[in-house]
Design a protein around this ligand. Structure first.
Ligand SMILES: [Zn+2]
Ligand SMILES: [Zn+2]
Length: 69
């Protein structure tokens, strides 16, 4: 599995460590951004947050797109 961002930069010596949850492309340790996300549980009409955060991997490009204002 090759990191897509590394391929764009013509680097092929890196190994993908995960798959971006937004674009679905493989990403490497350098380009991946691992985020903690709260999981909501539906309780009746309301929602509560779980005590343990879940994990989500996004690539560098999607991370920039999500955080850019
Ligand atoms: Zn990379
Ligand atoms: Zn992505």
């Amino acid at each position: 599995m090759r990191c897509y961002d590394c391929l764009q930069e013509a680097r092929s010596d890196t190994t993908g460590i995960g798959v971006c949850s937004r674009c679905g492309l493989a990403t490497c340790e350098n380009h991946a951004r691992v985020r903690q996300v709260q999981v909501t549980h539906q309780i009746g009409m309301g929602a509560s947050y779980g005590r343990i955060p879940a994990r989500r991997v996004v690539c560098h490009t999607c991370d920039m797109a999500e955080t850019a204002h």
